[in-house]
Design a protein around this ligand. Structure first.
Ligand code: FES
Length: 375
């Protein structure tokens, strides 16, 4: 190895203060490790989707990627036991005259173990067949002692109408029946750390939100979501679900990949108390950002107002209201009608111009920020 290749990366005294750190050698990002009195270096770029290994942590002899916890041996760069083939390059390191020297030429290659892609990662293809409607129920309740839910009641009526009167294939998903983790903020680490399929879904086979992803991305033409109003917002399970759907929207932002094509979203919103427009506004905004179309008059709602605390009467009203049931049936019908038009025409997939959209590259530098800053 040519001596002139060694590059001085700093003083031993300073670099030995951290067990793991990211360093740059020229344009090469490395993870520098100091363990058991010895320096070593491996590539700073994870084999998975490029996470910064030097910003991770040490778990024994393994560097743990901060994005999704893949592990690489701190001296050899090999993947953890069972995944040795998934190796990142290692780099030679030596100490001379109190300085740490690193060779930027890798001493071993990057190799990748082939990983079976997750089932959700397959291309989205819509075959022939009747319209498909997925209903998503979002109220939280004690499953062993269920209560009457006004939003569920209208959702069930709409789903029955879709199947019996409109001849749609239907499936009803109750979030309350699924065990799924909260979004753990992979996007907050980096937009590239928020992957499709969802990072949690890929890592945790016990997480059941894959059923929702499968239904809304791969199966349904119409997505009909029902929520109660809770302190002016939608239900907590609704928010728990949509935080996990950032991975769908993020594909548009980072890869210009629209996963939801020719889908129609509609909403049923009910509450003893008010704030229908705020709840509807959030739902319309979010599902539009996923690429969904909206039928004319895309939601129905019912509430009795701020001072109505007699919930028993509210339940009775909804249970007995044929007008609300008709409204729910008509809502799903409007959504099916739009879905049919879309399926027949199959318009060219939307490609958005960046200006004003997420990941809009600023052409005027933000004060104090680089000209290329992306917002
Ligand atoms: S584990 Fe490193 S990028 Fe995903």
């Amino acid at each position: 190895m040519a001596t002139e290749q060694w590059q001085d990366v700093g003083a031993v005294e300073e670099l030995c203060s951290k067990p793991l750190q990211q360093i740059m050698v020229g344009r090469t990002k490395l993870a520098l490790i100091f363990r058991d009195g010895q320096f070593s270096a491996i590539s700073g770029v994870c084999n998975h989707v490029g996470g910064p290994l030097g910003e991770g942590r040490l778990d024994g002899e393994y560097v743990v990627c901060p994005w999704h916890q893949w592990k690489f041996h701190c001296r050899t760069g090999l993947g953890e036991p069972g995944y040795e083939e998934d190796a990142v390059p290692r780099h030679d390191v030596k100490v001379e005259n109190g300085r740490v020297l690193v060779n930027p030429t890798p001493a071993s290659p990057r190799t990748r173990k082939s990983h079976e892609p997750h089932a959700l990662a397959r291309p989205v293809e819509r075959g022939a067949g009747p319209p498909r409607v997925v209903g998503i129920s979002t109220p939280a309740m004690d499953a062993a002692n269920p209560r009457y839910s006004t939003s569920d009641a209208l959702l069930e009526y709409a789903m029955d109408h879709a199947a019996r009167i409109r001849g749609a294939d239907t499936q009803l998903i109750r979030l309350n029946d699924l065990k799924f983790r909260h979004c753990e903020g992979y996007y907050s680490k980096s937009s590239r750390a928020c992957t499709w399929p969802c990072s949690i879904t890929q890592m945790d086979p016990g997480d059941q939100l894959d059923r929702v992803y499968e239904a809304i991305v791969h199966w349904a033409d119409v997505i009909l979501i029902a929520t109660p109003i809770r302190w002016g917002g939608a239900s907590s399970l609704y928010y728990k679900m949509i935080e996990r759907m950032n991975c769908i929207q993020n594909q548009i932002t980072i890869a210009n990949k629209v996963l939801m094509h020719n889908k129609v979203a509609a909403f049923i919103i009910t509450g003893g108390q008010d704030n229908v427009q705020a709840v509807a506004g959030q739902m319309l905004g979010f599902f539009s950002e996923l690429g969904c179309h909206l039928p004319p008059f895309p939601y129905i709602a019912h509430s009795r107002g701020w001072s109505a605390e007699d919930m028993e009467r509210n339940v009775r009203y909804v249970a007995e209201s044929q007008e609300l049931r008709d409204g729910a049936a008509d809502l799903v019908s409007r959504a099916i009608d739009v879905a049919k038009v879309l399926l027949a025409a199959d318009p060219v997939e939307a490609r958005t111009t960046r200006g004003g959209r997420k990941a809009h590259r600023l052409d005027v530098p933000a004060p104090g920020g680089p000209a290329s800053e992306i917002k």
